[in-house]
Write a protein that binds this ligand. Structure first.
Ligand SMILES: [Zn+2]
Length: 138
């Protein structure tokens, strides 16, 4: 939960809003459905994510990694860098287009489409959990 401070619409001062962030799966970061009723809130979207999280914590212990260190597959990091590079190019192009001050609805639509096409892979990105892990949490 976080608090947002927004200038008041009328007069000086601020309005405060409580922003509730959605709960996310600890492994894949998907938004978890709202839980109704009593009981502990869910931490994972699936048993597969629960198992991968357990396996990753076991491996982190073996490697004596701190909570702030992470091992990631080279191909996952390369793919992320590729998507970030495409997005950076799209942002550069959009900024250059807007700086000309000669936009039309058509050119703005093209710019926005290019920007969205570049951003969508990052929005849809998931940590891969391709197969059930070899060990069980039970
Ligand atoms: Zn998940």
């Amino acid at each position: 939960m976080s608090i947002a401070r927004i200038p008041a619409r009328r007069g000086p001062g601020w309005q405060y809003f409580v922003m509730t962030e959605p709960r996310r799966c600890r492994w894949c970061r998907r938004v978890l459905p709202e839980r109704e009723g009593p009981g502990r809130p869910k931490q994972f979207c699936s048993q597969r994510c629960r198992q991968w999280d357990w396996v990753s914590r076991q491996r982190a212990n073996e490697l004596e990694l701190s909570e702030h260190e992470l091992v990631i597959a080279r191909h996952e990091l390369d793919a992320l860098h590729d998507d970030l590079y495409v997005l950076a190019c799209a942002v550069d192009d959009a900024e250059r287009d807007l700086a000309t001050g000669r936009q039309t609805i058509h050119s703005l639509t093209d710019t926005l489409t290019w920007l969205l096409d570049a951003a969508r892979p990052l929005r849809d990105r998931e940590l891969s959990a391709p197969t059930p892990p070899p060990t069980n949490t039970s």
